[in-house]
Design a protein around this ligand. Structure first.
Ligand code: CTP
Ligand code: MG
Length: 605
């Protein structure tokens, strides 16, 4: 299709405009001509319809009752057929062109949003709800699509039919013409004000719908917690309350609608009836011909009857405009610049990292890291140990520039981190997140994720072996082609972590970050992984976050953190030599293990 090329290039940011209609117009870039053609087709269709009535008039007045030759009759007959074909053909064409515009614009919007959302910063994603983003990228885009496909074109149709038929009637008889549209201003005013009210109700209804789907979504993803705490009744009640509220709002909306329809129908009906009667009287008095009367009674329907839809269209268009705003809000958000940086590094980095009085806060005024300084040589391993919430994850997340530090300086190979393009940093940092996420794809795809080149099986196996997960994968029915998640195997926490480790290793990173990467792995397996890592990580800089002393004791440098500060540092031997938190943690863990061993022994006896 032709649109695929603009999908890639069209920047929705260009469509941002303070005026929503203007914004929608800009959004149609590349389709405007098609849309104008759709409107023109609409006009041709309307003119053909009106011409049919005029031909009818001619037929009644000038052909019928005269001794017209057969050839004239045939000609008129052909005229009717031709006009009918013309009308249906152009009606179809206008619908098709409008649909093409609408589908094309929506396709482009969805693609753009999907791409855009992925490029927004971590802080943005921390704040916004996933459900909200999904709603905007789907149902709001859908509302904009309908705006182009049905509503704008529908409104155009009403206007075109009105103009064409009114002109035609006015040409036939002016006094009949103006009397036939007396009710139109009233209909327009009623539609406008009445549906201004309904529009608010509609918004309220949609908000409630969004609330209901959030409730549903949360319950489904938290279904284990709900069951574990036996809160089904509470959750059901909450859902029922939300659902009831939606019902009430929906009922109110329908009530308003049911008030509108009869009144607009009565008005439109009365107007048409009045017109018929007036026309008939004029025809009887001989002021207009019978043919004119017949043509008139056909055309007046097409002036008045479509007007009834005006109110509905105005409401629906306003939802389209609201949705444009909701989409524009996301589009406005600044993307995280990936390849911008005034330092263009040549080749891979060595991995020397210096933190110098670094502070960081997610929210202003709530420091999470405070005055952090340390020096890590290329190839060294740094371990972070500390209570939960002490800022370990926050510290390592500064390295790939997931977040930018607020004070102090971090240098990588002597160059300030903020000068590196994010893309470059991330391409050489392997990170095993605290809560690794695996896609619903095969295990192999998950391990090879994001490497950016063809990977041989051997490489995948080697990474999996190092992460002590190779044998486990082979024991699955489809081996490396086993699907992860809903349609495939359900992995344990430790298995997920080990696949995430394999994924990080396969990237062959200069810097490896293991954020609590072995917390769900048993000590024995963890030992295997540690041994493999030691071999693999020779010459690479490694950050290890762990709660178990065994996981950190071999590190070149151990930083003990508390409340965003480093409270103790050194290697295992030097830290054991001083009385402090590290030795306390060590002794506590040793004591717990002894007690466990004792209990095991006594239970065996
Ligand atoms: N925090 C925040 N916004 C985030 C992430 C964390 O405000 N997006 C806050 C947390 O509330 C916490 C502090 O930052 O008070 C430090 O969090 P983190 O670095 O994640 O702590 P860790 O030391 O990694 O804790 P854990 O051992 O539990 O992983
Ligand atoms: Mg953490």
């Amino acid at each position: 299709m032709t649109i695929s090329s603009d999908v890639a290039t069209f920047d929705l940011k260009q469509a941002l405009a303070p005026n929503r209609l203007q914004g929608l117009w800009k959004m149609m870039t590349g389709f405007r001509l098609i849309y104008v053609m759709a409107t023109l087709s609409l006009g041709i269709a309307a003119i053909s319809k009106t011409a049919t009535y005029l031909l009818l008039r001619y037929f009644i007045d000038k052909v019928l009752g005269t001794n017209a030759p057969l050839s004239k009759l045939i000609l008129v007959g052909l005229g009717f057929v031709g006009l009918a074909l013309l009308e249906s053909g152009f009606t179809f064409l206008s619908g098709w062109l409008a649909a093409k515009t609408a589908e094309g614009t929506a396709l482009r919007m969805r693609n753009y949003l999907y791409d855009h959302i992925q490029r927004l910063s971590f802080s943005y994603h921390d704040k916004i709800q996933t459900g909200e983003l999904i709603q905007r990228a789907t149902s709001d885009v859908e509302a904009v699509r309908r705006f182009f496909a049905d509503q704008a074109i529908g409104l155009g149709r009403i206007v075109v039919l009105f103009i064409v038929n009114f002109i035609a009637i006015a040409k036939l008889n002016w006094s009949l013409a103006w009397r036939s549209v007396l009710v139109v201003p009233v209909l327009v005013i009623i539609s406008y004000f009445f549906f201004g009210k309904v529009s608010k109700r509609y918004q309220a209804y949609q908000e409630q719908e969004a609330r209901l789907s959030t409730t549903l979504q949360e319950n489904l993803s938290g279904v284990r917690v709900v069951k574990a705490f036996a809160r089904q009744d509470f959750e059901r009640q909450k859902f029922e309350e939300d659902n009831w509220e939606k019902f009430l709002r929906g009922r109110h909306l329908l009530f308003m609608h049911s008030l509108y329809w009869p009144s607009s129908d009565i008005l439109a009906g009365a107007q048409m009836l009045g017109g018929f009667v007036l026309g008939a009287i004029m025809a009887i008095r001989g002021e207009i011909t019978v043919g004119t009367y017949m043509a008139y009674s056909g055309m007046v329907i097409w002036i008045i009857w479509p007007m009834r839809n005006l109110g509905r269209l105005i409401v629906q268009m306003s939802t389209g405009l609201v949705s444009y705003n909701r989409v524009a809000e996301i589009v406005k958000e600044e993307r995280e610049a990936l390849d911008v940086g005034d330092y263009q590094p040549q080749g891979p980095y060595r991995g020397e990292i210096v933190f110098d009085h670094v502070s960081f806060a997610y929210e202003e005024g709530q420091p999470v890291l405070d005055d952090i300084s340390f020096h890590c040589l290329p190839g060294q391993s740094v371990a972070l140990l500390g209570s939960t919430g002490s800022g370990k994850t926050s510290l390592v997340n500064l390295l790939p520039r997931f977040y930018d530090y607020t004070a102090g300086s971090i240098t990588l190979d002597g160059v300030e981190l903020k000068r590196y393009p994010r893309q470059y940093l991330r391409s050489q940092i392997g990170i095993v997140e605290q809560e690794p996420f695996l896609f619903s794809r095969t295990i192999r795809e998950n391990i090879a994720y994001g490497v950016g080149r063809r990977i041989s099986d051997e490489e995948v196996f080697a990474a999996a072996r190092a992460a002590a997960i190779h044998d486990v994968i082979l024991s699955f029915p489809d081996g490396y082609n086993t699907l992860v998640g809903e349609r495939g195997v359900t992995l344990s926490g430790g298995q997920k972590q080990r696949i995430a480790i394999a994924r990080a290793l396969l990237r062959d990173p200069r810097i490896l970050i293991l954020d609590d990467a072995t917390s769900s792995v048993d000590p024995e397996t963890e030992g295997d992984i540690r041994a493999a890592l030691r071999r693999l990580m020779a010459g690479r800089t490694t950050f290890i976050i762990a709660h178990r002393i065994q996981s950190v004791m071999n590190a070149d440098q151990i930083l003990v953190m508390d409340k965003g500060r480093i409270i103790q540092r050194g290697d295992h031997a030097s830290l054991m030599a001083e009385a402090g938190p590290y030795r306390r943690i060590y002794e506590m863990q040793a004591r717990i293990e002894e007690e466990l061993a004792d209990e095991l022994e006594s239970s065996v006896d």
